[in-house]
Design a protein around this ligand. Structure first.
Ligand code: ADP
Ligand code: MG
Length: 622
């Protein structure tokens, strides 16, 4: 029955395929096309039409070689023809430039010709070539880097060494395939912190870094980085960067810094402790930028109290500013003697030797002024004192020769006057003149002996007590004491004998008594005492003698200067030498002379106190 016969047309497409086949072919992502023996396309599924841009009119129309002329003469044509002729299946991959497409195909012989099953593999190719490129580049990096790169698998086997690693490990022989532990047996793998880093990378998959020195045969400092690899079951990759030179450079730098610091500390110490004032000034207002303790001490201040203040404010010394201006113009001031007063110590004249230098900046301009000042006030004073004492010595020599020359004529005049006064036939008037002449001659001889004689050479030291020392002195002054209405009190509580140059000590006592008499022009009381004592400064035992008067006393200003040579309040009647000489004599005897004085209206007066050591310990003539 015809009705029972299925109409094939209902199920057959225009290609003559059963509809299911056609449908299946069209859902394939791969292209399928048929070529007949004249190379015409007889069938193309949807994918083929898309990939190969086949239009409906191309079916059963022009030959494949006309449609795709660039394929003529290529491997593709060769394959197609072989497949057609030899009835075999062949594979081929090629790039089809007009469509910028990579194609992978397989041919199948079919009764009408050949079928071609193919696929657009452009994406795949791109990915592949990208991978290739990456791998190539990586390889290049691995081979050219100066880092040594080693890959360990999960069993610590060395699976890869780049070129640098191979060079470095050459002395160890062939190590590829060996484990780390076998390849380098000398290493302590238990305790090494470096191996611990590898283990952490391997087992905990944590990257680690360390720097270490690798001894013979390498002798290299490495910065080592161990990273877990991202694939193949848990190995690690280790990068070794040679940092020997950096380490050396860093070490050198460290040493240089240490050396610089040491030098700086030295300079700072010298700066701080030098017995020279050091300072740095700016060049605009000459302000203190920096100064050391010694420089600040000139002002009795601390450095921080002076920084920022100007030179002229601190030391208003005429000409100083001009000196600084000269230095600012590039002319140093060398060993210049400077003198004047500082703002902090008005009235005090001081001396310095100064050196001022310009401090140059890199561009050659003067950026600061350095100043080094050595205070020489004490030396100056010593110098002038020396000058003074040289003058004195000259005066002394002159005086002693004069005294020597005068003594003899004085003695004969004294004797002659005595003879005259002893004569009976003198008128009262003449007797009075003779008395005056005798008094005046006594005075002259006193001057000659008491003020000039002290320059005589010292005699031998002798043992004397206080009474023996005073007796001749009192004899000498008895007349004057009476004339001046001065009451004398003596209290020699000690008979202790001291070893001394007795005439020198008498000289001292007579100076003290003479001064006391001078201070009591209107009368008073002179009290002389002696007692055993000891010097609180040295602990020496000895004799203390005091000469106390009830005279007019001294002001503190006078007291401060009485031991200076030539200091006198008596104008032409005084030499100002008595106390100076007395203190010198006592110094020679290792004794001392001190004074207390008052000008109080009710209890005025002066007490000189002198101490003489027993003198057995040391002979003052030595
Ligand atoms: P001079 O007696 O020649 O002045 P001195 O050196 O002996 O020299 O004394 C220095 C000064 O000390 C005296 O001028 C006087 O001002 C003061 N002086 C010394 N002794 C006394 C004293 N006992 N009382 C008051 N002033 C004294
Ligand atoms: Mg005197």
């Amino acid at each position: 029955m015809s009705s029972s016969i299925t109409n094939p047309d209902l199920h057959t497409s225009r290609t003559g395929f059963p509809a299911d086949c056609e449908h299946f072919a069209n859902v394939l992502a791969d292209g399928v096309l048929f070529l007949d023996r004249d190379w015409r396309i007889t069938y193309a599924n949807d994918a083929a039409r898309t990939i190969s841009r086949i239009l409906p009119e191309h079916l059963n129309g022009p030959s494949h070689w006309d449609l795709y002329p660039v394929t003529v003469g290529t491997e593709q044509e060769r394959i197609y023809r072989r497949s057609m002729n030899e009835r075999i299946s062949l594979d081929h991959e090629f790039y089809y430039a007009p469509f910028n497409t990579w194609i992978a195909l397989r041919t199948y012989p079919i009764p009408s010709g050949i079928a071609v099953h193919y696929r657009d593999i452009t994406r795949l190719k791109e990915a592949e070539s990208h991978r290739d490129l990456t791998a190539r580049r990586l390889h290049q990096v691995f081979e050219t880097t100066t880092d040594a790169i080693v890959v360990l698998d999960a069993d610590y086997r060395l699976t890869f060494l780049n070129r640098r690693a191979q060079e470095l490990l050459a002395p160890f022989g062939e190590v590829i395939g060996m484990t780390l532990f076998n390849a380098f047996p000398g290493v302590n793998y238990q305790d090494s912190p470096y191996i611990a880093t590898y283990r952490r990378a391997m087992e905990d998959r944590v990257a680690g870094y360390f720097e270490a020195f690798y001894p013979e045969p390498l002798n290299v400092w490495f910065a080592v980085e161990a990273r877990p690899t991202e694939n193949d079951g848990g190995g690690i990759i280790i990068f070794f960067r040679d940092i020997t030179e950096q380490r050396a450079a860093a070490e050198e730098l460290r040493q240089r810094i240490a050396e610089t610091e040491r030098q700086a500390a030295e300079i700072t110490a010298v700066y701080g402790t030098a017995p020279i004032g050091l300072a740095l000034f700016d060049t605009t207002d000459f302000r203190y930028l920096r100064l050391n303790d010694r420089q600040a001490a000139f002002f009795g201040l601390r450095p921080e109290q002076i920084v920022g203040r100007t030179l002229t404010e601190m030391a208003p010394i005429p000409g100083l500013r001009e000196l600084f201006e000269q230095v600012r113009d590039g002319k140093p001031v060398i060993n210049y003697p400077l003198e004047g007063e500082l703002i902090s110590h008005p009235g005090e004249h001081r001396y310095w030797t100064v050196n001022y230098f310009p401090v140059y900046a890199a561009d050659g301009s003067v950026q600061a002024i350095s100043a080094a000042s050595l205070e020489v006030t004490a030396q100056k004073k010593a110098e002038s004192a020396l000058l003074q004492s040289e003058k004195l010595a000259a005066v002394g020599r002159l005086a002693s020769s004069i005294s020597h020359e005068i003594n003899n004529p004085l003695e004969s005049i004294t004797n002659l006057l005595y003879l005259i006064s002893a004569s009976d036939d003198l008128t009262p008037q003449v007797r009075e003149y003779v008395d005056i002449a005798q008094g005046e001659i006594a005075r002259v001889s006193q001057i000659a002996t008491q003020t000039l004689r002290f320059h005589r050479q010292a005699a031998q030291s002798t043992f004397v007590n206080a009474e023996q020392l005073f007796a001749p002195v009192l004899n000498l002054f008895r007349g004057r004491l009476i004339n001046s209405g001065i009451a004398l009190e003596t209290n020699f509580a000690s008979a202790t004998q001291v070893l001394c140059l007795e005439n020198e000590i008498r000289q001292v006592l007579s100076n003290l008594v003479a001064n006391a008499i001078d201070a009591m022009r209107v009368g008073g009381r002179l009290r002389l005492r002696a007692h055993d004592s000891h010097d609180p400064r040295t602990g020496h035992h000895g004799l203390r003698i005091t000469v106390a008067d009830t005279g007019h006393g001294m002001s503190p200003a006078t007291q401060a200067r009485i031991f200076e040579p030539f200091f006198t309040t008596k104008d032409l009647n005084g030499t100002g030498l008595g106390l100076w000489i007395s203190s010198e004599i006592l110094q020679r005897h290792q004794g001392c002379l001190s004074v207390r004085s008052s000008q109080h209206p009710l209890h005025h007066g002066t007490v000189f106190s002198l101490f003489l050591p027993l003198g057995v310990e040391k002979d003052p003539t030595n």
